[in-house]
Design a protein around this ligand. Structure first.
Ligand SMILES: [Zn+2]
Length: 257
């Protein structure tokens, strides 16, 4: 990646964090954060692994599609990447994000890395390891703290000068799932950045943007639509509705303490 793109994207990510007043700490729920900004997030499994996500500007609204047939950490990265398109690539109107990386894709990747893993909090996280070198266990801790994949963390630490390319490539030969289990993490926890279970690959109510879900449920609670219609709107069986009728919170500020 050209250094100019990297630096411009990092600066844009820092500006966006400033605008959102979220400091430099990890973002607990990046989907909720971008949905709070009016972006409509649609998530669904797309097998094959070639497509991470898409951005579309439809009648002035930003839509992003996230492939849930990827680990939770990668989905979070995709959301941040697509959010970047919603901020800086609106004139393109529709972008399909694959492994091909023209400049605007490199920019969005660099933005996502900087947005999810700010330099200040990342350096602080590894402050005690600056001399001895980043250990595998601490790297896993970092992935869990910042909600990122092992690979995204590895590249980010290299770019920030905290890890040499050689050391990173050696770390990449390890299995993140095994490391996480060895370090006491529950890798079957659906919130784990390394989680990739059946649930991630099923269509679910999480498919739809929160604003859409909240509006559908509100219409039902006001008696404007029937239970059967609500189930149809949310793409679930009527039997499964009860569990979904808890209020959908869109206003919580999703920033970790
Ligand atoms: Zn993209």
């Amino acid at each position: 990646m050209s250094l100019a793109i990297y630096h411009q994207a990092a600066a844009r990510a820092a500006d966006e964090r400033k605008r959102l007043a979220i400091g430099t700490e990890p973002i607990a729920d990046v989907r909720a954060l971008v949905e709070q900004q009016g972006v409509l997030v649609y998530s669904t499994p797309i097998p094959g692994g070639a497509l991470a996500g898409c951005f579309a500007l439809i009648e002035g609204d930003s839509w992003i599609l996230v492939n849930t047939a990827q680990t939770v950490g990668r989905q979070r990265f995709t959301i941040a990447h697509e959010y970047c398109h919603s901020l800086v690539d609106r004139e393109r109107e529709f972008i399909v994000c694959t492994k091909a990386k023209p400049p605007h894709e490199k920019f969005a990747d660099a933005f996502a890395a900087a947005f999810l893993m700010p330099p200040a909090s990342t350096a602080a996280f590894f402050a005690s390891e600056l001399k001895s070198g980043v250990t595998l266990g601490r790297m896993v801790d970092y992935c869990y703290a910042f909600g990122v994949s092992f690979q995204a963390a590895g590249y980010r630490l290299t770019n920030l000068g905290l890890l040499t390319n050689k050391r990173r490539d050696a770390l990449f030969s390890e299995s993140p799932l095994r490391l996480a289990a060895e370090n006491g993490y529950d890798v079957q926890d659906p919130a784990s950045p390394f989680f990739f279970g059946d649930a991630a690959c099923r269509q679910s109510v999480e498919t739809f943007p929160r604003a859409y879900r909240a509006a559908s449920i509100e219409a039902f609670q006001r008696g404007l639509v029937s239970e059967a219609k609500l189930a149809e709107l949310l793409g679930v069986d009527a039997d499964d509705l009860d569990a979904l009728l808890d209020p959908v919170e869109v206003a919580d500020v999703p920033v970790a303490s």
